[in-house]
Design a protein around this ligand. Structure first.
Ligand SMILES: Cc1cc2nc3c(=O)[nH]c(=O)nc-3n(C[C@H](O)[C@H](O)[C@H](O)COP(=O)(O)OP(=O)(O)OC[C@H]3O[C@@H](n4cnc5c(N)ncnc54)[C@H](O)[C@@H]3O)c2cc1C
Length: 367
């Protein structure tokens, strides 16, 4: 069997790796550099709490693969299971957290509930006015700059062809499969996987499949380096104080996001810009989480082009119109955690026609 994977973000690179591991002859086509889309812009949160409950089977499979990534890919992609702390400032937050914890327990998401005294003793300096928090000890973060190139390199070692700077000019179907013409030559395969991220709906539309998607840019920032004190990824429940989140990387910088509306992005340019006017509001949203941020300099802001599907869920599975075509796109700002699992499950579906992971709610013909 052979396959073309169209789009070299985390989803495409991971799919190429797992397809190659299953003996498929894979060509990964990326019009820029592998991982240079939404993936590199990501905050890097590997979080299961707050997810759509039917997605937790996929998230569980993905978390296990994050744990194996360094050995599997032969490279430290900086996955650290430091835990995920989510602070609660309101009764609405407490109710949301408890309802989620109950529903997520069968999926091995073990949320510890912490009171104010425990937050202060275990996580000094964080959320001084928080009334409670959840702590998910097995979650954490990874390095968004490393993960897609690491999957692509590992796929290449297994025989996959990785083609960068390949602008697609035409896609044709025939009885024998797909022929894709690009600025770097023509490629043909029996099967094709659409992992074009925010542009995935444009690819799907070529096959008569309509997906309502908008491109948005979440705004991120990073501070100057500071002594390394904050171990877990930190966020809030119920969008309290605007839903900010942060983590401190081992080199000491604090990376942050949330607390600001996502900016509109044109899919034609794909260029998502941070808006400096939104930064003060964003920092205000973060102060209840970490008051010490008031004394810290922000050294860089950025954004990235991500596709948000109308119902907030991704598109995953076989095409409803075209045999041999599969989709995995539209990850709505929460695909980083899912990436390795998406690659593994898509390779399974493409090679065996089935998977035990629940994908029904992500099928393309739900619209
Ligand atoms: C700022 C920001 C912060 C985020 N933070 C988190 C987080 O903390 N945790 C989390 O779980 N998720 C997070 N996400 C979401 C996560 O990063 C994405 O869901 C995930 O990276 C999507 O991966 P992808 O491979 O689908 O898309 P992308 O990484 O965008 O890859 C798609 C690729 O397809 C290529 N492509 C498109 N069209 C074509 C074409 N016609 N021909 C060839 N190539 C094409 C593009 O160039 C691109 O490289 C964040 C996203 C952003 C933008």
């Amino acid at each position: 069997m052979d396959a073309i994977v169209l789009g070299g973000g985390l989803m495409g690179a991971a799919s190429a790796y797992f397809l190659a591991r299953r003996g498929v002859r894979v060509t990964l086509l990326e019009r820029n550099r592998v991982g240079s889309g939404a993936t590199v812009a990501s905050f890097g949160n590997i979080r299961r709490s707050g997810r759509y409950i039917p997605q937790l089977g996929l998230a569980r499979r993905s978390l296990a693969l994050w744990g194996e990534a360094a050995r599997m890919l032969g490279r430290d992609v900086e996955f650290r299971a430091t835990g995920h702390l989510r602070l609660i400032f309101s009764q609405a937050g407490l109710d949301e957290m408890r309802a989620f914890a109950e529903a997520a327990r069968p999926w091995d998401v073990d949320l510890e509930e912490l009171g104010p005294a425990e937050i202060r003793s275990r996580f000094p300096g964080l959320g001084p006015k928080a009334i409670a928090a959840s702590f998910s000890p097995k979650d954490g973060s990874g390095n968004p700059r490393l993960i897609a190139p690491a999957f692509a390199e590992a796929a290449r070692r297994l025989g996959a062809e990785i083609v960068e700077d390949a602008e697609v000019t035409a896609i044709r179907t025939s009885a024998s499969g797909f022929r894709i013409e690009t600025s770097r030559g023509a490629y043909a395969a029996e099967t094709m996987l659409n992992t074009a991220g925010a542009w995935g709906a444009r690819i799907a539309a070529r096959f008569g499949e309509t997906v309502p998607i908008v491109a948005k840019g979440p705004q991120m920032g990073v501070t100057e380096p500071l002594p390394h004190r904050i171990l877990p990824v930190v966020g809030v429940w119920a969008h309290d104080h605007g839903g900010g989140y942060l983590r401190q990387v081992e080199r000491g910088n604090i990376v942050f996001g949330g607390g600001a509306e996502r900016t509109d992005v044109s899919l034609d340019s794909g260029h998502a810009k941070a808006d400096p006017a939104r930064l003060p509001g964003q920092l205000r949203a973060l102060l209840p989480i970490l008051p010490a941020l008031a004394h810290v300099a922000v050294i860089r802001t950025w954004s990235g082009c991500e596709g948000y599907v109308g119902d907030g869920l991704p598109v995953m599975g076989p095409s409803a119109t075209t045999p041999g075509l599969f989709h995995a796109f539209g990850f709505c700002g929460h695909g980083f955690q899912l990436g390795p699992g998406v690659g593994d499950v898509m390779a399974e579906v493409m090679t065996t026609g089935r998977t035990e992971v629940f994908l029904h709610d992500f099928r393309i013909d739900r619209f």
